[in-house]
Write a protein that binds this ligand. Structure first.
Ligand SMILES: *Cc1c(COP(=O)(O)O)cnc(C)c1O
Length: 371
């Protein structure tokens, strides 16, 4: 039985989507049909344009969640005799290192604290110190904390050092402007179900065509071979293996809505307002964000568990859940925390609805404890 009202997902993705995006999934598509080929082609072109990369890069979609595309990018774009420098300040950076280890690629890690941005100078020093390094992997918005790493500065230093840069922009693409024509990177990796406000099941790599052309035979997996996936599209516009047809249709509708909203700059402004509303409201309820406001991407905010022993996350989660609001547990290694997202087809009114529920929880539980 359908529930009265869909949940408000204050999560990094899957997240709250619009009725129009969900409605776009209400039909069947033949995967080798001309209409679907045109739909896929349109989505691929628009994603590259969104990244300012249409002249130099090509979008290679990958079936699956975002991690599938990260795994495809590492094995396809880092040559077997290459060495990857993984920049780590959270769980998603650590995941890239875990992928490189599984693939048997040589790699090194440059790590900073989870509340610190990666410093471009430190990247330049690490590259100068090891000639074997061929590629660098950066997580743009580290969704573990919501911290935005300085992509333009790091990209400039990596390019100066003559290395390639792979960017996991999973939670930032669509939320934060990225212009590859001015920010050199070999590959930008993202998925449909975060700031693009599509549904889950599709990820993609926007890869530099000149490099991709040299990547035949790099991948150790058949289905995650970006080079072969790209060649497939070049030959006949078709996916090599069953595409998530409804997900592609939903993403196409979501991109229409991104255009109608005014593009990434307008979406960034909406998310920034959501984020400011969230942080101000949570601070008024007595919660403290984990990272410095200057480092905060308007994507997801990590809050410290308040001191005093009265706050129980499972209770908090259930209390909000009963009111149709879904938040996220923390992922920090350093201390207990929880997270609230501010992306999706939502505005400040939805954030305020969540804040009202948070306020009600605090009033009930802090008082209960004090009495
Ligand atoms: C969401 C996310 C991923 C991929 O996660 P999936 O669960 O595989 O979709 C990778 N990196 C970052 C930074 C993310 O936010």
């Amino acid at each position: 039985m359908p529930t009265a009202r869909p949940p408000l997902l204050l999560t990094p993705g899957p997240l709250t989507t619009s009725d129009r995006t969900r409605a776009a999934m209400g039909r069947d598509w033949g995967s080798r049909d001309r209409d679907f080929i045109a739909l896929s082609e349109g989505v691929r072109t628009r994603l590259a344009q969104l990244a300012g990369a249409a002249a130099t890069h090509v979008t290679v979609p990958v079936q699956g969640s975002g991690t599938f595309a990260v795994e495809a990018a590492v094995q396809s774009l880092v040559p077997p005799d290459g060495k990857l420098l993984v920049l780590v300040n959270g769980a998603y950076g650590r995941r890239i290192a875990a992928i490189a280890r599984r693939l048997g690629r040589a790699f090194a890690i440059l790590e900073t604290g989870e509340n610190c941005a990666i410093a471009a100078d430190a990247v330049a020093r690490a590259l100068a110190a090891d000639d074997a390094l061929t590629d660098v992997a950066l997580v743009h918005c580290e969704t573990t904390t919501g911290l935005l790493n300085p992509l333009p500065e790091i990209a400039a230093r990596v390019a100066e050092a003559g290395r390639r840069l792979l960017v996991d922009a999973m939670s930032s693409f669509g939320a934060v402007p990225i212009d590859i024509s001015r920010t050199p990177c070999t590959a930008l990796i993202a998925s449909a179900n975060k700031a693009l406000e599509g549904v889950p099941g599709l990820a993609f790599v926007i890869a530099e065509t000149a490099h991709l052309r040299r990547c035949q035979g790099n991948a150790v997996s058949l289905s995650l071979d970006l080079h072969d996936q790209w060649r497939g599209f070049e030959q006949n516009g078709q996916w090599r293996f069953t595409p998530p047809v409804q997900v592609v249709a939903a993403l196409s509708a979501a991109l229409d809505q991104l255009d109608a909203e005014g593009g990434v700059a307008a979406r960034h402004a909406r998310y920034r307002h959501n984020c400011d509303t969230l942080i101000n409201g949570m601070e008024a309820c007595g919660f403290t964000p984990y990272i410095d406001r200057a480092l905060q991407a308007p994507v997801i905010v990590t809050f410290r568990i308040p001191p005093g022993g009265w706050f129980d996350f499972d209770q908090f989660y259930a209390f909000l859940g009963a009111r149709g609001i879904v938040v996220y547990p923390g992922k920090l290694t350093a201390e207990p925390s929880f997270r609230i997202g501010c992306i999706g087809a939502i505005g400040a009114a939805e954030i305020r609805r969540a804040l009202d529920a948070v306020g009600a929880f605090v009033a009930a539980h802090r008082r209960q404890r004090a009495s």
